[in-house]
Design a protein around this ligand. Structure first.
Ligand SMILES: C[S@@+](CC[C@H](N)C(=O)[O-])C[C@H]1O[C@@H](n2cnc3c(N)ncnc32)[C@H](O)[C@@H]1O
Length: 245
């Protein structure tokens, strides 16, 4: 069985629940999260979300769930699919508050509803959603297999999940540049702007420990997903996984 070492990487302390520490960390950085996201990724994260949306377009989903929605950026990207309803769940009340204000500002609150909810115990019926998305969320789950099983449960048969997550470039010079940026530049900017020193050292540590590529594909298949494919984007800095129930 493939081990997910990222479950052992916690933001603040080795003891205690990862889930509580993750919620606390994202509460701490919620006000600066969007700014830092776009600053640190030079907006490339937007292109990745858009590619992920193109992959689910052929399924024509009408009721969708964005898991670990944070401030709701992935939910917003789903709007061109013209869904009837988008629900976003997250365990950080702080991130959701920023997201709700964003939906009100953009007049999207009629379609996009953001609410407190745990990926590992999703409060919806079996076979309810016609598409589920998760961006930069699964690496933070306390129990990855439980979260993925819950996603499978709430999906309708033959409908897709798309998971966007960081991965690690493998070839020269991207691997070396990435290591320098992720291990030194990003923690420094993150610490200065967010005022939470740990949040942006947790990020590279958790990415390093997370099973990517064929290991993550094996976990998706083990949980019960079918037709699993991966798309490495921007030299492998991130990977989009597409799978069906
Ligand atoms: C890096 S943010 C990503 C937010 C958003 N998806 C995006 O693309 O910007 C990760 C989010 O995952 C949430 N999260 C972590 N574990 C979770 C869980 N078990 N259930 C729901 N949300 C979770 C965190 O609270 C945080 O808001």
């Amino acid at each position: 069985m493939i081990e997910n070492k990222a479950e052992l990487v916690k933001p603040y302390s080795d003891s205690g629940s990862k889930k509580e520490q993750i919620a606390e960390m994202f509460d701490n950085i919620s006000e600066r999260y969007d700014l830092l996201n776009h600053l640190l990724s030079l907006n490339i994260d937007k292109l990745w979300r858009r590619k992920a949306v193109r992959l689910i377009k052929p399924y024509n989903p009408s009721i969708m769930l964005d898991v670990a929605t944070g401030t709701g950026d992935f939910a917003v990207e789903l709007m061109p699919l013209n869904p009837k309803e988008i629900r976003g769940i997250d365990i950080s009340a702080g991130m959701l508050e920023v997201g709700k204000a964003k939906m009100r500002r953009r007049k999207l609150s009629d379609t996009i509803t953001l609410e407190l909810g745990d990926a590992e115990n999703i409060g919806y019926n079996d076979n309810y959603f016609e598409g589920v998305t998760v961006a930069f969320g699964v690496r933070n789950f306390e129990d990855l297999r439980k979260g993925l099983s819950e996603i499978l449960r709430v999906l309708k048969p033959r409908y897709p999940v798309v998971v966007l997550e960081f991965s690690k470039p493998r070839s020269f010079p991207w691997k070396q540049l990435y290591n320098f940026y992720f291990s030194f530049v990003l923690p420094l900017i993150g610490k200065t702007v967010s005022k939470d020193a740990r949040a942006y050292t947790y990020l590279p540590e958790s990415v390093k420990a997370f099973p990517e590529g064929k290991d993550f594909i094996s976990i998706l298949q083990e949980v019960g997903f079918k037709k699993v494919t991966e798309y490495r984007v921007t030299f492998g800095i991130a990977t989009i996984y597409l799978a069906e129930k």
